[in-house]
Write a protein that binds this ligand. Sequence first.
Ligand code: ADP
Ligand code: MG
Length: 259
Amino acid sequence: MSPVIAAHGLNLTYETRDGPVHALKDVSLSVGKGEFVSFIGPSGCGKTTFLRCVAALEQPTSGTLTVNGMEPDAARRARAYGYVFQAAGLYPWRTIAGNIALPLEIMGFPKPERAERVARVLKLVDLEGFAAKFPWQLSGGMQQRASIARALAFDADILLMDEPFGALDEIVRDRLNEELLRLWAATGKTALFVTHSIPEAVYLSTKIVVMSPRPGRITDVIDSPLPRDRPLDIRDTPEFIAIAHRVREGLRAGHGDAD
Ligand code: ADP
Ligand code: MG
């Protein structure tokens, strides 16, 4: 089966007033349908830049990148992905349902179908009772779930998530991690997920991409041997701890190179 994301020798250099910044260097990566791929690495290693390339918001300087077998720009126009950011980015003057419906309105979905889709994704993220609430009436974790629902509403088969739980406390984050896994299993989406948390990356992923900065590059790609069905206490197993250890080693090695 052809990969959903295929990057070969991707380079991206930002021209800045202080000179060029090599944000991605020789990045090659293949992501299969239905995989959950986490990107982990220190600030500035190009995680966001890579996601933005996939989303056709950034143009690589060299190398090739395809999304669903297409040029990223064509994939964007075909609505290949939903994007979730660290800040939920919900409009305070719209209800939760209104926020989720907004991209559907822009895309021209008729009203009855919008209502049906909004109801379906609210159920998926366990916010059925909150359709008529405003964002400020929800906790940070619930707002982030609403933001994921918005990204799911038009049924793109790729979900791009850039540190979606980075601002949440660990207890809320644990619960959202469990929910996200359940959601991913239920929907069969391909997920690209940026995080700073080693346990989060290991818990969620079928594949973990370890990156390092200056220049931003991949230092390790770990195919997880963990089963797809993962209770939270899998984090106490020797298998989990061994993967976490390998991620930590990869991060340390990358850091040594940079300094
Ligand atoms: P990460 O998400 O891993 O923290 P980024 O992809 O945001 O890293 O950034 C990678 C590098 O590129 C950093 O050095 C950052 O300062 C630089 N960078 C990111 N976006 C821009 C931009 N629009 N213009 C210039 N430099 C940028
Ligand atoms: Mg970033």
